[in-house]
Design a protein. Structure first.
Length: 166
């Protein structure tokens, strides 16, 4: 399902001139890999940042001094990578693969944020399974979030290459 959704996102993004970026912690670049393998990704996929280190998250993605597994961190990551990559839409993931808890969050706890022009949507999911299963489910969910955001963006207004981004 992840591949099919990435392909649908690719078609929609290319057709409407929508650009996409990702900021990943828990998912370790797997979202970027899925998007990069979709058709014509060089046209619509701007790139991403994989940041495991708290220092890197703070320095590169401008995360404030908060727990890195949090809604605030996910939001800062998405906003930071969207700005850094000059993208229309960005998604961020931060969470706990396990087996141990982190930042007061249990294993399987994942925060997501999708930012598009003027819109910020966060969500939290609790996934069961081993670390690999948590990552796989997180990647799938993040790509679904991107697809939803791209669909909403293309319905709300035409995209202009010269439009200033929020």
């Amino acid at each position: 399902m992840t591949v099919a959704t990435a392909h649908r996102l690719a078609a929609l993004a290319e057709r409407h001139g929508v650009t996409v970026a990702v900021a990943e912690s828990l998912t370790a670049g797997n979202i970027a890999a899925a998007l990069g393998s979709a058709p014509d990704s060089a046209v619509w996929f701007r790139g991403g940042v994989v940041a495991y280190s708290t220092e890197v998250k703070r320095r590169v993605l401008a995360i404030p001094d908060v727990p890195v597994v949090s809604e605030t961190a996910a939001t800062a990551m998405a906003q930071g990578v969207r700005s850094l990559m000059d993208a229309d839409i960005a998604v961020a993931t931060t969470g706990v693969g396990g087996p141990d808890p982190q930042d007061g969050e249990p294993a399987g706890s994942v925060w997501f944020c999708v930012v598009s022009r003027g819109e910020v949507h966060t969500s939290h999911r609790q996934f069961d399974g081993d670390p690999a299963q948590v990552v796989e489910r997180s990647v799938r969910y993040a790509i679904e979030l991107l697809m939803s955001a791209a669909t909403a963006l293309t319905r709300s207004a035409p995209v202009s290459a010269t439009e200033n981004r929020v």
